[in-house]
Design a protein around this ligand. Structure first.
Ligand SMILES: [Ca+2]
Length: 366
């Protein structure tokens, strides 16, 4: 069991704190790495669980987890889906045949997937692509046929893409519409432009059409002013929460409402501006780099990349803590029947892979 030890032993003693804080303030230069390596106040409430279990290993740059019946479907950035049958551990990696050229540079690639309920293995998928020298993202429907996933339909194309900030999470909401996170594609001001699809949360129908009550007529935009959102989760009341990468720390948890402006790049952290929503929680000088997020029982469970942990944010107490760490970068989480599943993300060139990385793990939340 790898429950975090929140402080190095030499710093556990209270009497070291004033001295330590001086060092922290003296050394704080906005460098993410340096800030990130320091203990964080909200992490001192680390909680633990009794058991964790490896479901599978040797995943190849995994990005999203979903599940139907006893089988996990894990998207992998180079254009494959690996299935894992939980009871037997049997795995199968299948290619996805795309109609546009997959772009896997930087943070791009075959990213979000969401299985379509009541179908015989159909899924929505989000991927970065290259066309005439430009990088974009698109949302498609794919179907498993024999031993390959074939692209069947395009739902949305030309979501601006780049080496960084491609967003990429797709999830079906409680309203049975498809929600999509689009990053600012390294053009911060585009997040404020409601003519552009970058820096947005988008919402479309399963057939790609625009819901009648979307806030900007004829547009898939649901909310705007986002930097690089990668986590979406709904509470039992249907409230949408989103996690988003901040600039120089200040990662955010936002409570999302239709048509609202979440401020990027005009405000960050505790800053406020008329007509813009501030996050319900942000990480100050710490960096989580939050990716996939799930809601369960009043809490958000958040995969953290640079923050190398699964974090828990208690909505009522407005407090975050580490659920588990010691597996490197975490890309996505999935919760079912009081079990949390997570995938590591150490094989994309930014992590330090262990021998059998990447892995799909299970933790009991009971
Ligand atoms: Ca914001």
């Amino acid at each position: 069991m790898k429950i975090m030890n929140p402080l190095p032993k030499c710093l556990s003693c209270r009497s070291f704190w004033p001295f330590f804080m001086l060092l922290f303030l003296a050394g704080c230069s906005g460098n993410e790495g340096r800030i990130d390596s320091l203990p964080k106040e909200e992490d001192l409430h680390a909680i633990g669980n009794e058991s964790e279990l490896q479901i599978t290993d040797n995943l190849n740059v995994p990005w999203a987890i979903t599940k139907m019946n006893d089988t996990f479907y894990v998207s992998e950035r180079h254009g494959t889906i690996t299935t894992v049958h939980e009871p037997t551990g049997e795995t199968q990696r299948l290619q996805v045949k795309l109609q546009k050229k997959l772009f896997t540079g930087g943070e791009g690639g075959f990213l979000g997937i969401e299985l379509i309920p009541n179908t015989d293995l159909e899924a929505f998928a989000y991927h970065t692509y290259e066309e005439a020298g430009d990088v974009w993202n698109r949302v498609i429907r794919i179907v498993k046929e024999n031993n390959i996933w074939n692209e069947k339909e395009v739902l949305l194309e030309k979501i601006p893409g780049a080496q960084i900030h491609n967003g990429g999470r797709i999830k079906i909401g409680p309203d049975q519409k498809l929600y999509i996170t689009a990053g600012d594609a390294a053009v911060p001001e585009s997040a404020q432009n409601t003519e552009s699809l970058s820096g947005k949360i988008l919402r479309i129908e399963f057939d790609g059409s625009i819901p009648a009550n979307n806030p900007f007529k004829g547009s898939p935009i649901y909310s705007y002013g986002h930097r690089n959102p990668q986590g979406l989760a709904w509470s039992e009341n249907g409230q949408l929460f989103e996690t988003e990468h901040g600039q120089n720390a200040h990662d955010e948890i936002n409570k999302i409402a239709l048509g609202k402006n979440y401020g990027w790049p005009n405000i960050q952290g505790d800053e406020q501006k008329a007509g813009m929503e501030s996050p319900i929680f942000h990480t100050n000088g710490n960096t989580w780099a939050p990716s996939g997020t799930e809601y369960f029982n009043g809490k958000l469970y958040i995969a953290s990349l640079r923050g190398e942990a699964v974090r828990v944010y208690d909505l009522e107490q407005n407090k975050a803590s580490i659920l588990i760490e010691g597996y490197g970068r975490i890309r996505d989480v999935f919760i079912e029947d009081e079990s949390l599943y997570f995938i590591t993300n150490n094989t994309d060139g930014r992590g330090t892979p262990a021998e059998n990385d990447d892995r799909l793990m299970k933790i009991d939340l009971k």
